[in-house]
Write a protein that binds this ligand. Sequence first.
Ligand code: C2E
Ligand code: MG
Ligand code: MG
Length: 596
Amino acid sequence: MVYWFVTASVTGIAALAGIVCRRRQVALARERANRIAAENTLRLTHARQRALLDCIDNFAWIKDREHRFLAVNQKFHEVFGVAPEALIGKDDRDISSPELAAHFRAEDLAVLESGQPRQSEEQIPGKDGLVWAEIIKVPVFSDDGEIIGTAGIARDISLRRHYAEQAEFFANKDPLTGLHNRRYLEENFENFAASHPTFVAVTMDLDNFKTINDTEGHTIGDELLRELGLRLSALTGPDDLVVRLGGDEFLIFKSMPTSDVTVIDMLAQEIEQTVVNPYRIAGNIYEISTSMGVASYPEHGKDRLTLIRHVDIAMHVAKNSGRNRYCWFHAALAENAAHRRRIERRLREALETNAFELHYQPVFDTRTSELIGAEALVRLRDAEGAPIPPSAFIPVAEAAGLIEPLGDWVLRTGLAQLAQWRSAGHTELHLAINISGIQFASPGFATKLEHALAEARIPGRVLELELTEGVLMADVESNFAMLSQIRELGVQLVVDDFGTGYSCLAYLKRLPIHRLKIDRSFVDGLPGDAGDIALTHTILQLAHTFQLEVTAEGVETDQQLTLLTELGCEAVQGYLLGRPCDARGFERLLEPALID
Ligand code: C2E
Ligand code: MG
Ligand code: MG
């Protein structure tokens, strides 16, 4: 019984043990099956994840909470040259510098802690160099809402950044010289002024640069500007600013104390010297001068517009007072500039409303005492009717680009008037018209003159054009062609204000000139001033040597008239014989046309 029991028990235990053993086996098998299934699911999930990630044309990744890569896509491989599999389980330290890896880690942490996405633009080292990437990182949540890692996607924006940088560069730089441009100045003035408590502002405009461009071609002109840009940059340091404002205009801000005027004068001279040093371009030597304005910050303007306006005013004064010089800004100049602006407004108004008048000053022949002609002198009145002298409005008209329409009006009106007088029988009357340098330099001038003469049906021989020595000498070569063209029309050329300009006599021989006009300043001294007598005498002898006639202007006394007649001066004009008057007044002189 006991045996049975024991046997039975043993058998039972063994059977039981067998059952337990089988169950464990089953459990183990199930566990394994489950694990395999789970692994398969995971692999499938990874495969799906990869497939999905690989579809993205940007580089993308998923990381766990410990910043280890769980998945990266093919694009990641293309950019960084690391196989996706090799990265799994690694972190940023394995592919980036310690600093960059620390930065990415901090970014990941911020996402993990805030649960919010983050966006940034970073420069990261790819296998072919630095890559600009726009990175978006988001938190990855488990089913129960816990943050279990991060996912990121980065778009290669290198090209966009490159174009943006280029656009930025060109928006702020002058492409020809590489200097900053006007826009840069506008946007950065305040920054500059904030970091430089005192500085000197110098604006410059090249004298006659247009002539170089016109005669030598734009390539030479461009080369000259480029070279000048280099010179100005070399003259300045990192604390200064050089700007090409446009065309041949430059601006320099030189950071320095502004209390010592002598030092600023030295700077202006140094800049001037830098500009005038000859330029060797394509085997030729070119020379150029500049008119500069000088002002200081903050004394002459605390804001950009005021400072630039003031330094520009000073520059224009330098230009108008004969160029090739610099001029300091001072308060009186600003008043003067305001006055010039008023004149400019009045000029525009007068052109529109035909408010100019033309006056005529009689010219007499000293040999016959006959009235032989008139000088046309333009007149302008302000809104209240007070006369504005030509010496005040002609330079403004020149600077404002209004001298051509004004000159056209004078030419048309003068010729129309002369035509009337001619039809009344005064066919030998000469009319002298003053021509500004700008008018004369405009390419179509001779043709315009031809048309004006034809329209008024006037022969060229009764028209005289008065040009100053400066205008005649400005560009002898191209003037020569123009003067020959004018001579072919029969028009006579007169050197106005003779003796006050260059007094380079060689041109008298070369240029087709008919008459000299002795300037009033010499006539003034007659007959008391021995020097003026000698000068007048010399001018007359010289003129006669070249077979030129002479008119003396500004004759105010009998003694002046007598002496000039004795010295052989052919013609005279002045207050003694007749002030400039309107056409009706001049007509009263036409009959009888005699002195005395
Ligand atoms: P300008 O051509 O030398 O003209 C002679 C100036 O001397 C005129 O001054 C005339 O009024 C003045 N004048 C004539 N006789 C006497 C005199 O006996 N005593 C004194 N003190 N002055 C006398 P205005 O009309 O003021 O003209 C000044 C300058 O303005 C002219 O000098 C000329 O350069 C310019 N101008 C006048 N009209 C025109 C014009 O239509 N076009 C251009 N481009 N310039 C003009
Ligand atoms: Mg004149
Ligand atoms: Mg004159």
